[in-house]
Design a protein around this ligand. Structure first.
Ligand code: PRX
Length: 655
């Protein structure tokens, strides 16, 4: 990082990262897209004739009725492949079985308790999905009805999603770490008719009371008529007669082959709730044909999927990453998946590396927050482990600071694996910007270039494009097949959130800038921007500077009101085990930020914290930190917080 750049844009950029890593020649030689010329050709073809481009790619989907047109676009109303019919579970399973690939491994599952492991071929997964689909149908669940899924990361979670898709039911997966309050809210908002759950789930050696949480939630969810319960941990649960049924009883005697329901291209496939900056969670709606095409195509492009790959995405199916790059994308592409049930530090902090040594995945896709944890836990868990099966690494969910990128590249990737830093959102359905590993030179911290079909622009508050190098709002100017089709039951909120501030364009809610190579750098959420003495600063850049100090494991920067400067910079810092919190270290960190970025960004307050408040998907909840920094009570929604004690601890630590 070097000195600040000019700050003429909407957001001042203070970070320049000069390192560049071309894809290894041997990787490019075998890659699906092996040169920048090939990428450019695809990009130009998609831009020149989107309907021809996507029509060509959609031809391989298992249509039961051909579509009439590729695209109807009247922003924000969109329809991809109107008139067509197909089924998403058939796109993931039946077509591979029909093509003679039923014997290929679809899924390898490793349980949290050591020694538990299962494998499913495509034919076996197909049979299980059919049984559950037939069971759900026998309960009376109909096409178009909503089913909530609240399960641990077992193969049955993937099976439940695909079984819903098979009968045309709309699934709403609720992350297994959420509270009963969150389940009830989501059941009510979606009008769910059933909940699929388990007795419990394993999390760091303890048993989560999943069924108990569902019982409390269902008491407040009048629409729910059925609860299906998988026996996972064997812990005692209460079964309510007439409402609850065991999973194994549901599938008893059900057929292992059952025809899929032909669904309209635009029939809802799933809802996934995501938190907005204020108010209740939004049920993001995705539909059938465009989503499947986007999930499959992006999985093939970005992960360069080959027949002999074993793809490990460490996400949970409770998040969009688990929808698009566990269940739908890789399975539609006919890939082999690795799923792990538990936490990366259970039963020990080297668990992931042990799994890589044993299962030999070739592709590893995880979150920057996990990478920073691995760095903090130390090399002793990694040294001596054989990670040589890996050929490609990926990150998702937040910006990766260059320090963590370099560590990932050197320690986990052995300097031989390209890293794909993938930018996307629940709303986009799949990856939008990312290096293509066989052709795009990478720069630590940049998600590089848009995928074919994605047309991003960076604009100011008036909607005008900013000058190259300046920061501004990231918008997407053209429709893409995987785009959201609305917020469940709230079209008005959808229009206001995404389509009004820059009319006719999709507002992603992130700030970004483009460098002189045209590479995109995400600068954090629009509402994470600080305004210090009239200069707008991105939280990610301050955090990156802090994390590049040898004592710092993780950092979060927020603004707090300041009489003179408008906002002061407050940072919350988690230290490496070897470092000690002290006033001298605070001074050293201030000096470090001054050196890295400049006096403007020097934190006014530094809070040392043992842990930071995070959502269960690992995102730092800056909204809560802003309250702590300002000495305010938290009034907003805290139901997505992983550890409720964190806030009280932080308040106790205030300077
Ligand atoms: O701010 C961006 C950040 O995560 C947001 C989307 O969050 P969610 O809908 O939960 O989906 C996460 C999984 C796709 C984005 O608006 N984000 C995601 N990926 C990146 C990122 N920020 C920087 N770099 C990324 N690669």
């Amino acid at each position: 990082m070097t000195a600040p750049q000019k700050s003429a844009g909407t957001v001042a950029s203070v970070m320049t990262e000069d390192r560049k890593f071309p894809p290894p020649a041997e990787f490019s030689a075998r890659a699906r897209i092996g040169s920048l010329e090939d990428y450019q050709r695809l990009y130009d073809a998609a831009a020149a004739d989107p309907e021809g481009f996507w029509g060509e790619r959609a031809a391989a989907l298992p249509w039961t009725k051909p579509y009439d047109r590729v695209l109807d676009w009247n922003p924000p109303e969109v329809q991809w492949f109107p008139g067509g019919r197909l089924n998403a579970s058939a796109a993931c399973l039946d077509r591979h079985v029909a093509a003679g690939r039923g014997g290929k491994t679809a899924l390898v599952w490793v349980g949290e308790p050591t020694g538990e492991r299962r494998e499913y071929t495509y034919a076996q997964l197909h049979a299980e999905v059919c049984r559950v689909a037939a069971g759900l149908k026998a309960l009376g669940i109909k096409s178009g009805e909503v089913v909530s899924i609240y399960m641990p990361m077992t193969p049955e979670l993937v099976i439940a999603m695909l079984a819903c898709a098979r009968i045309g039911a709309v699934h709403s997966v609720i992350f297994g770490g959420f509270s009963s309050e969150a389940i009830a809210d989501r059941n009510q908002d979606a009008g769910a008719v059933a909940v699929i759950t388990a007795d419990g789930g394993w999390r760091r050696g303890t048993q989560l009371p999943l069924k108990k949480n569902v019982d409390v939630a269902v008491a407040r969810s009048p629409s729910v008529k059925h609860v299906v319960v998988l026996k996972r941990t064997g812990q005692p649960v209460e079964m309510v007669a007439g409402r609850d049924v065991w999973w194994h009883d549901l599938i008893e005697g059900m057929p292992s082959d059952m025809p899929p329901e032909p669904m309209d291209s635009e029939a809802p496939l799933f809802i996934l709730y995501t938190s907005g900056s204020t108010g209740k969670p939004k049920g993001i709606k995705h539909t059938t044909a465009g989503y499947i095409l986007w999930a499959q195509t992006t999985a093939e492009w970005v992960f360069d999927l080959r027949d002999d790959d074993l793809f490990w995405c460490t996400a949970d199916c409770g998040w969009i990453t688990g929808h698009s790059y566990i269940t739908y994308g890789p399975l539609a592409a006919g890939a082999s998946l690795l799923i792990y049930e538990g936490a990366p530090n259970a039963p020990h902090e080297g668990r992931f590396w042990e799994i890589i040594e044993e299962e030999k995945p070739t592709i590893f896709y995880t979150a920057p927050t996990a990478i920073r944890s691995f760095m903090k836990w130390g090399m002793q868990h990694i040294e001596g482990r054989d990670l040589s099966s890996l050929r490609l690494l990926g990150t998702v969910g937040e910006g990766i600071n260059p320090e963590a990128w370099m560590w990932y590249h050197e320690v986990i990737g052995g300097k031989r694996c390209p890293i794909v830093d993938t930018w996307w959102q629940t709303e986009t359905g799949g990856i939008m910007m990312s290096p293509l590993p066989g052709c795009t030179p990478t720069k630590p911290g940049s998600c590089t270039l848009p995928l074919p079909g994605v047309v991003p622009e960076i604009v100011d508050a008036a909607g005008h494009p900013v000058a190259r190098g300046d920061g501004g709002w990231l918008v997407l100017t053209k429709p893409w097949p995987g785009m959201l089709r609305g917020i469940w039951g709230d079209d008005q909120r959808c229009r206001e959130t995404y389509w009004s501030r820059v009319p006719g364009k999709y507002l992603a809610g992130d700030n970004a800038r483009q460098d002189s190579d045209g590479y995109f750098w995400i600068m954090g959420r629009i509402d994470d921007v600080l305004n210090v003495a009239g200069h707008r600063l991105s939280t990610i850049e301050i955090e990156s500077a802090l994390v590049s100090h040898p004592s710092v494991a993780e950092a979060a920067a927020v603004g707090r009101p300041h009489d003179v400067k408008g906002e002061a910079v407050a940072v919350f810092v988690t230290l490496h085990k070897s470092a000690e919190a002290s006033d001298a270290l605070k001074e050293a960190l201030r000096k470090h930020v001054r050196q890295q970025i400049g006096a403007l960004a020097v934190p006014d307050d530094i809070h040392f914290a043992a842990i930071l408040p995070k959502t269960r998907s690992g995102k730092i909840m800056r909204r809560l930190l802003r309250d702590v920094a300002a000495g305010r009570e938290t009034v907003g929604d805290t139901t997505t917080l992983e550890d409720y004690t964190v806030l009280a601890t932080l308040r106790g630590n205030d300077e």
